[in-house]
Ligand binder design. Structure first.
Ligand code: ZN
Length: 147
């Protein structure tokens, strides 16, 4: 089976892309845990963080900081953002290809987050979510050009 993030990197699968450079592609998670759930995906197929090239590793945290600033500028995650890497299959990593999550949070949203964690792969409200993803991607592309 082909890796879904390799297919996105090769433009064989669509994605709501926000940014890309030589090491990373930034897109919206199509199964968001919270609104404007961003993924920084490595261009190289690195199953674990230890497999990521040194050049890409050096750029990952600065890029995450820039995305966090863009999220906040667009009104997401002003109260907090989970920045995390699930590193390996036992850590809730669904695609074995390095990706860093930025999940904007609000005070008191833990129950919603947990509910989404349980139901995010259910085919509920896909049209509404897809429309929201397009709108969020546009907002974040604009915000990123100003941070
Ligand atoms: Zn891959």
């Amino acid at each position: 089976m082909q890796c879904v993030f390799c297919a996105i990197a090769a433009e064989q699968l669509p994605a709501e892309r926000i940014y890309e450079d030589e090491h990373f592609i930034v897109l919206l998670d199509i199964f968001p845990l919270r609104p404007a759930h961003v993924l920084i995906v490595s261009r190289e197929h690195a199953p674990f963080l230890k497999d990521l090239s040194g050049a890409a590793s050096e750029q990952l945290l600065p890029l995450a900081q820039r995305l966090a600033a863009a999220l906040r500028a667009a009104g997401y995650g002003e109260q907090g953002i989970n920045v995390l890497i699930n590193d390996g299959p036992a850590s809730n990593q669904h695609v074995p290809h390095l990706h860093l999550h930025l999940i904007p949070r609000r005070s008191g949203d833990t129950a919603r987050l947990l509910w989404r964690a349980l139901t995010r792969f259910w085919p509920l409200a896909r049209k509404r979510i897809e429309a929201r993803l397009k709108q969020e991607a546009q907002q974040l592309r604009e915000a990123l050009s100003n941070v």
